[in-house]
Design a protein around this ligand. Structure first.
Ligand code: ARG
Length: 300
């Protein structure tokens, strides 16, 4: 099973190159052209809240350094996947020092100088993050100095799944691999875009997603949300980025974080996202960003 950065591929995901294929090739060896799987190019300046996580030691330019996505949720904080940052820090078992991490927002083309780049002051990883099951794949990066004049994305309310109706179209964005990856053995090849891509993915019913992954022995837990269909998906390098909806008011509302999947855009296996409506996920984010947790009395 060619699991690309998911529960059964934990060892592979824990390596530095989250973007790397099953064979461990880094993205730097990929060509520079189009598409996320099945998406379209994003014009300059759209989705300024989208973040690119960069590791200085991964390359000599920001295209080579980008390995995950994220989203600006306050002027001081970027939301991402736990698996994008759980190897970074200054503890003995960390693979990369915190000083190596950069976050850039307001950038559409990685090799450009668009947007605002920051160092990280600290990282909070969900205490229940489980790299074996990929439950609670959520983390918050605290920036060394705030971002100015870029509107953060809004987050869904913990305990409220109103935007998760099956079939509803959500938007996913990032600089991940644009080539469909098969569910079976063997890779589908890599093509990492310099320009951000977006795709509109349908929310999958929980029963359908559970059934699909149960056949592969993998659990879709309460902290996971599924979306996508054949040839329409996120892929390696998109992890940590947002799954979101256009708000009825100004801006966008994020409901998921790109987390894992079997293959990419493979028939029968939708992409799996960290579910921000899950109270344990949502209230963790509120707690580490100084927000007020939503209790079960408020959201039953
Ligand atoms: N784990 C991947 C990453 O680190 C994201 C995989 C998403 N896969 C999918 N089929 N939607 O970039």
């Amino acid at each position: 099973m060619a699991l690309a950065g998911g529960p059964a591929a934990v060892a592979a995901t824990k390596r530095l190159p989250i973007k790397s294929g099953p064979n461990g090739l880094s993205r730097a060896s990929g060509g520079v052209t189009t598409k996320i799987v099945g998406g379209t190019a994003v014009p300059n300046g759209k989705y300024k809240f989208q973040a690119a996580l960069l590791a200085q030691s991964f390359g000599t330019n920001d295209f080579e350094r980008q390995y995950c996505g994220g989203s600006l949720i306050t002027p001081f904080e970027v939301l991402t996947a736990a698996h994008c940052v759980d190897f970074i820090g200054d503890e003995p078992d960390d693979e990369i020092p915190l000083s190596d991490l950069r976050v850039v927002v307001g950038r559409t083309v990685l090799t450009s100088t668009q947007g605002q780049k920051r160092r990280a002051a600290a990282i909070d990883i969900h205490p229940k993050w489980n790299p074996n099951t990929f439950s609670f794949d959520v983390a918050v990066v605290h920036l060394a100095s705030p971002i100015s004049r870029i509107a953060p994305v809004q987050l869904v309310t913990p305990g409220v799944d109103a935007l998760e109706r099956p079939g509803t179209l959500a938007t996913v964005t990032g600089w991940g691999n644009t080539i469909q990856q098969p569910a079976g053995p063997g890779g589908g090849g890599t093509n990492f875009p310099d320009r951000m891509r977006e795709a509109r993915v349908p929310i999958t019913s929980r029963a359908e997603c559970r059934t699909a992954y149960a056949a592969a022995g993998l659990a879709i837990t309460a902290t996971m949300l599924c979306a996508g269909r054949t040839n329409l998906d996120t892929c390696q390098g998109d992890s940590g980025g947002p799954l979101f909806f256009k708000s009825a008011g100004p801006g966008y509302i994020q409901a998921g974080i790109t987390s894992w999947g079997i293959g990419c855009g493979a028939t029968g296996f939708p992409g799996v996202y960290t579910r921000l409506s899950n109270r344990g996920v949502g209230n963790f984010i509120l707690a580490v960003t100084g927000g007020v947790p939503v209790t079960s009395a408020q959201a039953a």
